[in-house]
Design a protein around this ligand. Structure first.
Ligand code: PLP
Length: 359
């Protein structure tokens, strides 16, 4: 090995779900929204003045920050925006998790947390979910350098009641605590009001799921002005111009169309609730998801086998070959039609266990 290689920051990168190039597939593997963004988004992009592209964008992303502040009844100083919530979360790790003490997150959770922690040399401890895949709030009462978990949790879909979130925050007021609410708009109760009372709490959300804009890359954090100020200081020391003109224009329109947002999130919730009993009837069990996905296991058919069978049928879901969850599939809630195709295939496939084994 050459000497320079001894000094490389070696990392094991996060592996996102695949984005197949093929047409005619039913893509239920990365929790994207099956509905298009709000109509105003397209109009804003079509009429965007490209002369804007000559100039640098507003480093403070003021127009988007203002739209979010107005929507959530906050002051602008309480909102931080980034290139997807992945960018926002990475900034949070970099800015706040510097005590040298271990940060805490669940053992089964968003698989980017340990990747950021490893990259930034932040020590961490993974606290096991209970056998029902729930966060055990009592476990979070111990010395630590910060706390983070998604609510609803990913990939389980389980929602921690707000009272339990508050109990965890209450016991951790000397560190920065982060609730990653990527899926909160699909029926959860946001911890945002708690940020008024707990000045160490950050609530992180994204346009990728409930606002149908994974491809536009917009995420945001909300919390006390001091936290937001510290985040902006780090951002301006790293890359000031993270939010480009198109993302700003599109993002503003998406936030403003509250009616469309309600309509599409409600539609996904209705589809999810309709599919739950159908899957149960086929022998699946799962945590009671409040997200736009279901985390399912079957009583007799191994998840890996189902994953492959679905893939052959051009239905792509997510399989994690990881301890405790390697017999589960995470299935994104698609349109009613897509979910009907999925359920019909599963019904046929699971109905013929003998043929299945031979095949
Ligand atoms: C999807 C997701 C994110 C990141 O989404 P972005 O597209 O980067 O905004 C963050 N946390 C969780 C738990 C997610 O599932």
């Amino acid at each position: 090995m050459n000497n320079w290689e001894e000094n490389v920051r070696r990392v094991v990168p996060y592996v996102p779900g695949e984005q197949p190039k093929e047409q005619n597939i039913i893509k239920l593997n990365t929790n994207e929204n099956p509905y298009p963004p709000a109509p105003g988004v397209k109009e804003a992009l079509v009429s965007l003045n490209t002369d804007l592209f000559r100039k640098y964008p507003d480093p403070a992303a003021d127009a988007l920050v203002s739209a979010l502040a107005e929507h959530y009844h906050l002051r602008k100083e309480q909102v931080f925006v980034g290139v997807g919530s992945d960018d926002v979360l990475a900034m949070i790790f970099l800015t706040f998790f510097n005590s040298g003490k271990r940060i805490l997150f669940p053992d089964i959770t968003y698989s980017f947390y340990d990747v950021w922690a490893d990259m930034l040399r932040i020590p961490y401890e993974r606290l096991p979910l209970n056998e029902k895949f729930e966060i055990v709030k009592e476990d979070y009462v111990r010395e630590n350098g910060g706390v983070i978990f998604p609510n609803p949790n990913a990939p389980t879909g389980a929602l921690l009641p707000l009272a339990d979130v508050e109990e965890i925050v209450k016991k951790n007021q000397d560190v920065v605590m982060v609730v990653d609410e990527a899926y909160i708009d699909f029926g959860g109760v946001s911890a945002l009001p708690l940020t008024e009372k707990y000045h160490n709490l950050l609530v992180v959300q994204t346009f990728s799921k409930s606002r149908s804009m994974a491809g536009m890359r917009i995420g945001y954090a909300m919390g006390n002005e001091k936290l937001i100020q510290y985040l902006n200081d780090v951002k301006y020391s790293f890359n000031s111009y993270t939010m480009n003109q198109t993302a700003l224009a599109a993002g503003i329109e998406a936030v403003r169309d509250v009616a469309y947002f309600r309509e599409t999130t409600q539609k996904i919730i209705r589809t999810r609730e309709r599919v739950k009993p159908q899957l149960r009837e086929l022998g699946f069990s799962f945590p009671d998801s409040r997200a736009n996905f279901l985390f399912v296991t079957h009583e007799s058919c191994p998840a890996k086998e189902l994953f492959e069978a679905l893939k052959k049928e051009k239905i792509i879901v997510r399989y994690f070959a990881k301890p405790r969850i390697d017999n589960y599939l995470r299935i994104t809630i698609g349109t009613d039609e897509e979910m009907d195709t999925l359920v019909e295939f599963l019904r046929r496939y699971l109905d013929k266990p003998n043929e299945r084994k031979k095949g």
